[in-house]
Design a protein around this ligand. Structure first.
Ligand code: PMP
Length: 313
């Protein structure tokens, strides 16, 4: 079994992880009524610093997810940010980490609803490296599942229950021998990967599905759009047809966990030259520099954990 964290933020304070426990009647466990975030911290060896990547943007999305779920997070984003830093300092990580903020309906009652429920918030962090093993040459499939529609469960929120859709997509892809899957919207356009946004390069132009195609509004997606434009690429957000993918020069996917993962084969068809292309390769390198604080013009994305020590070790 993987190692568990030493600490968790739970019911308003940081406690040993073993004390962060919920009852089996908890609403969120029964009905999937939780929302969560997935944030990375990157270790920079030269500066001996752990940088959280775009924490304010992740927190904004977390509070937006709560809004969609009629959920009142009992602490504000500034306080949650402070607890996040404190938790990471207490863990004392000197490696890349994944941070999971989560808010959930904590009532131990029977009844499917969103209103008149108590929200609790929690945080934990674990060491984390690669998510997609084959990240310079992933073979993906088109999932036979369809992405949840905004009128079913909004994909723009990170809603725990909605991740059952994601789990179907991922498991069927992996069991069929693929690294990942691209899932289509109900009307047949590219939506996203199981936990990644999708990008396509055709004739030097970078395309990605719009936020109206049932995607999670990815923070890596937003970062890659900014980095690509900074590099002089034209980036267009528009719907993408299934068969455009087969004609693409390059495909890649982005996500906090997957970072920039090149897709070199889709359903046994070779994409472009069948190897990671120049655009994916350039953006992948830039992204790695950006997340570790090595790009001065994007340094505002990096929040140093140890610079302002609040915890005495
Ligand atoms: N889509 C889904 C369904 C996801 O779960 C994720 C991971 N959070 C992403 C896209 C990528 O979003 P981000 O870049 O913010 O991690």
């Amino acid at each position: 079994m993987a190692a568990v964290p030493n600490y968790a933020y739970f019911q308003g304070k940081i406690v040993p992880y073993s004390e962060a426990k919920i009852g089996v009647m908890t609403h969120a466990l029964n009905y999937g009524t939780a929302i969560f975030g997935g944030v990375r911290g990157y270790w920079n060896d030269a500066e001996e610093e752990l940088f959280i990547f775009r924490p304010q943007d992740h927190l904004k999305r977390l509070y937006n997810s709560a809004k969609l779920m009629v959920m009142d997070i009992p602490v504000g984003p500034d306080e949650l940010m402070e607890r996040m830093v404190e938790l990471l300092q207490m863990e004392g990580h000197r490696q890349d980490v994944y941070l999971r903020p989560m808010a959930y309906f904590a009532d131990e009652i029977i009844g499917v609803k969103l209103h008149d429920l108590q929200t609790e918030v929690t945080l934990f962090s674990v060491p984390f490296s690669k998510y997609v093993a084959n990240d310079t040459g992933a073979h993906v499939t088109f999932s036979s599942w369809r992405r949840l529609d905004d009128n079913m469960i909004p994909a723009r929120g990170k809603i725990a229950g909605a991740y059952v859709n994601t789990a179907f997509i991922k498991t069927d892809a992996v069991r069929a021998g693929f690294d990942e899957a691209i899932v289509l919207t109900a009307d047949g356009h590219i939506s996203e990967g199981s936990a990644e946004n999708i990008f396509m390069v055709r004739d030097g132009i970078v395309y990605t599905p719009p936020i109206t195609d049932n995607i999670l509004e990815g923070i890596t997606r937003r970062s890659i759009i900014e980095l690509a434009r900074h590099e002089g690429y034209t980036v267009i957000e528009r719907s993408i047809d299934r068969t455009e993918v087969f004609l693409a020069d390059e495909m890649f996917m982005t996500g906090t966990a997957a970072q920039v993962t090149a897709i070199t084969k889709v359903d046994h068809r070779v994409i472009g030259d069948g190897v990671m292309g120049p655009v994916a390769s350039r953006l992948r390198q830039m992204y790695d520099d950006a997340v570790r604080g090595r790009l001065p013009e994007f340094r505002h994305w990096n929040y140093p954990v140890y610079e302002k020590m609040v915890v005495k070790s």
